[in-house]
Design a binder for this molecule. Structure first.
Ligand SMILES: *[C@@H]1O[C@H](CO)[C@@H](O)[C@H](O)[C@H]1NC(C)=O
Length: 170
């Protein structure tokens, strides 16, 4: 069998990802499939710009779960102002919205980021994307909660935090 270097790196990424698959099964954790897709989605976006992979971290994930619980009453997209970088998203009432759906939205901002000027395109947001691919952010943990109003609140926390003003993501 012949493998290009990119398929080798995707395979090692899968192995790294799957090796930490079995450790989290609390209520607000992503399902195993969502967990896997969330990490792959982050790491493909990072590989695309030559940034090393990010790994799941239970300390960071516990923080994300804790904050998701706090937002369950209102589902508001309010930042926690904690020690980590943070991407938030809200899914519609009753819709099947998983963490990876949020990551796909965030990664979709890639075209709205201008590396040359290190800024977003006019009238566009790209900060979720730059956090996903931020080189120095090497630990991630995400959580998902169904809110009292039926919406879905998604949070991914990043350590060390990204989006430092005046720094480039990579
Ligand atoms: C997980 O993240 C915490 C908090 O940032 C850090 O102190 C810890 O070393 C990390 N754990 C691993 C296994 O990397």
């Amino acid at each position: 069998m012949k493998l290009g270097s990119s398929s080798i790196s995707v395979m090692s990424l899968l192995i790294i990802t799957m090796s930490s698959l079995l450790i989290h099964t609390s209520q607000d954790s992503p399902t195993p499939r969502d967990f896997l897709m969330t990490l792959i989605n982050h790491n493909l976006a990072r590989a695309h710009v030559g940034v090393a992979h990010i790994v799941w971290n239970e300390t960071v994930a516990a923080y994300a779960r804790d904050y998701a619980e706090k937002r369950a009453a209102d589902c508001d997209l309010i930042h926690s102002r904690g020690p980590y970088g943070e991407n938030l998203a809200m899914g519609p009432r009753g819709g099947p919205f998983v963490v990876d759906d949020a990551v796909t939205m965030w990664v979709g901002e890639e075209n709205d980021y201008n590396y040359a000027s290190n800024s977003c395109q006019p009238r566009k947001g790209c900060g979720h994307y730059t956090q996903v691919i931020w080189r120095k952010s090497v630990h991630v943990g995400c959580a998902r909660v169904i809110c009292d109003n039926g919406g879905t609140f998604i949070i991914c926390s990043y350590d060390p935090p990204g989006n430092i003003i005046g720094e480039r993501p990579y």
